[in-house]
Write a protein that binds this ligand. Structure first.
Ligand code: AMP
Length: 288
């Protein structure tokens, strides 16, 4: 049974002990638990995951934790937006019952000689893994920790972070983690830009340039739908959509199933980009 949408009695919990007790009580009442892991600064993209979880599960836990182990030394850990009050409202109106918002110390009390989950290099040495060394070790480690703390039946991830989603699915398969992973589509703004907390760093003109990235991806889809399959031929036309100042960090065509590179587009091809727009790093993708 799905929980009702607005939850006025949402509870915010900061400690592992307390969340474990709450989950134990829910489970003893035969409630199914859905987990939505986030780093906060919630927007409609996150809200769509929470809504989906509320449809699928009796109770929804949203974790809000800016995970330091997935940030590189020169990345934006310190300036990453933190806005718990706003996040609580979004969780409330979209049907979550519990928010788990631990401190760094609660999650990493020792903070040295840590044990990490290390996803296979095959999945790491592509896309974001190429420039964000160690990022997916941090991601897989925090997600497994959250799974061990909350023991959800299902966990919800956005296709926005396609590589993350694939790595988490593989981790669960390889390590026999008893959590069903559900993927949720990318939510976009009216101008087509994929929602991201990093969009707030864009100026008005930066935002316009950023939308040329999604226009470029949708042009690829349009060309494929009109019968073109050859990657180079498609790119020759589609790249004209991109603003000249947008720097592509990567542009990859991968099979969603095997995660191998594709030259001839077919169904279930993931086309993923990371772009630098006026020094703001944005990622986006489409699946055809
Ligand atoms: P984050 O807070 O950035 O770690 O994201 C938490 C979850 O929300 C991840 O599973 C993301 O893939 C997902 N997410 C972020 N942005 C979007 C979006 N625009 N549409 C759908 N899911 C999203």
């Amino acid at each position: 049974m799905a929980s009702s949408l607005v939850n006025k009695n949402i509870i915010v919990i900061n400690t592992i002990d307390k969340i474990r007790k709450q989950v134990k009580t829910l489970k003893s009442n035969n409630k199914t638990i859905g987990l939505v892991p986030t780093m906060g600064a919630l927007h409609d993209g996150h809200a769509s995951l929470i809504k989906k979880a509320a449809q699928e599960c009796d109770e929804v836990v949203v974790s809000i934790f800016v995970n330091p182990t997935q940030f590189g030394l020169n990345e934006d850990l310190d300036k990453y937006p933190r806005q718990l009050k706003h996040d609580i409202e979004i969780c409330k109106v979209n049907g979550a019952s519990l928010i788990f918002a631990p401190s760094d110390k609660e999650i990493y009390p020792e903070n040295k000689h840590l044990t990490y989950v290390v996803p296979s290099k095959y999945y790491q040495n592509k896309l974001c893994g190429l420039t964000r060394q160690g990022h997916f070790n941090g991601v897989a480690t925090i997600v497994l920790k959250l799974f061990n703390i909350i023991t959800p039946d299902q966990a919800f991830f956005g296709l926005k972070d396609a590589q993350q989603l694939i790595i988490i699915k593989k981790m669960c398969q390889d390590l026999n983690v008893p959590v069903k992973i559900l993927e949720c589509p990318i939510i976009r703004d009216t101008d087509g830009l994929a929602l991201s907390s990093r969009n707030a760093y864009l100026t008005e003109s930066g935002r316009f340039k950023a939308t040329t990235v999604n226009k470029f991806l949708f042009k690829i889809k349009e060309l494929y739908n009109s019968g073109l399959q050859n990657k180079e031929e498609i790119l020759k036309i589609a790249l004209k959509q991109l603003d000249a100042t947008v720097k592509l960090e990567y542009l990859e065509f991968l099979s969603l199933e095997s995660f191998s590179e594709i030259d001839l587009l077919e169904k279930n091809t993931l086309i993923a980009v990371a772009a630098n727009v006026d020094n703001v790093r944005l990622i986006d993708n489409i699946v055809i």
